[in-house]
Design a protein around this ligand. Structure first.
Ligand code: CP
Length: 307
């Protein structure tokens, strides 16, 4: 059996198509495990993992914690808001103090672009990027592709459109790298203010008309409008955004085809996605969440083999 090409999972940009396939084959096995009455295997019982979150999270933090516990790892959780960071402790001091307690792996989310990469040069533990600012969110992209593969049989050859706030989205960046490495065609769709100027250098199509984008694609991955990262106004009003770029049932019903709808969560219901689509048979949003546990188990298991 082949092994992972990297000691850390810092992003999708620096892993191979073979790594992605290995993660998916391993996740297939773990998905079977987590659907058993006893959802646990002893694979990481000698490993301690710290989940270090400097930004809010529901899905990613709980999914990593469950993945770690399903693999029998020892787990410690750190939230910046209730820590000594509030007393002025630096990131590196914080992490080194956690590692002094004999931690083997670190799962980190931080608002700073490149924080996991910085840590990987300073500490010995395996690092998993759980989202660094607007840069990458590799496990989200992996669980997104795994969910497309599960629903449509393959990722290669499929047409996937990422809709909305591409500019602030680490999910978009990791998805572009992951989908292209697997041979999918990628389009981005949104107002030009929310599409990065360098996007054509990434080899993706750009479309500003939502109906045309939906008509083109097999899969629509609708992204959250990241109001917390927008310190200037990128569109006139939420009502206008929803009118031009909101995915709703009326629009999907008017297409002459069926498409798969995804969203990484959390959803701004009624803004980028209507409830009648989010909760419909088009949507695989809760499958994405379920698959997140198996995919993260696979990532942690494969990184632990590198120790
Ligand atoms: N998709 C995602 O990263 O969700 P959380 O912010 O809840 O972790």
């Amino acid at each position: 059996m082949s092994s992972f090409s990297t000691k850390h999972l810092l992003g999708i940009k620096n892993i191979t198509a073979e790594d992605i396939e290995l993660i998916f084959q391993t996740a297939d096995n773990f998905k079977e495990v987590i659907n058993r009455p006893i959802k646990k295997v002893p694979s990481l019982r000698d490993i301690t993992i710290a989940n270090i979150f400097f930004e809010n999270s529901t899905r990613t933090r709980l999914s990593f914690e469950l993945a770690e516990k399903r693999l029998s790892a020892d787990v410690v959780n750190f939230s910046a808001g209730s820590s000594s960071v509030k007393k002025g402790e630096t990131l590196l001091d914080t992490v080194n103090n956690i590692l002094a307690m004999k931690v083997d792996m670190v799962v980190i989310r931080h608002s700073g672009v490149g924080v996991p990469h910085f840590l990987s040069r300073k500490i010995d533990a395996n690092i998993v990027n759980a989202g660094d600012g607007t840069h990458e969110h590799p496990t989200q992209a992996l669980l997104d592709s795994f969910s497309i593969r599960e629903k449509l049989g393959a990722v290669g050859g499929k047409k996937v459109v990422l809709i909305g706030d591409i500019l602030h989205s680490r999910v978009a960046m990791s998805n572009i790298f992951a989908l292209q490495k697997q041979g999918a065609e990628v389009m981005v769709c949104g107002p030009s203010t929310l599409i990065p100027k360098y996007i054509d250098k990434l080899g993706v199509k750009v479309e500003h008309n939502l109906r045309k984008a939906l008509q083109w694609c097999d899969v629509a991955n609708v992204l959250r409008i990241q109001l917390e990262r927008q310190n200037i106004q990128y569109f006139p009003s939420e009502r206008e955004y929803s009118l031009y770029y909101g995915v709703n049932k009326e629009l999907l019903d008017s297409l002459d085809k069926e498409i798969v709808v995804m969203h990484p969560g959390p959803i701004n219901r009624g803004l980028e996605l209507s409830s009648d689509v989010a909760d419909s048979e088009h949507s695989i949003i809760l499958d994405q969440v379920e698959n997140g546990v198996a995919v993260r188990m696979a990532v942690l298991y494969l990184l632990a083999q590198q120790r």
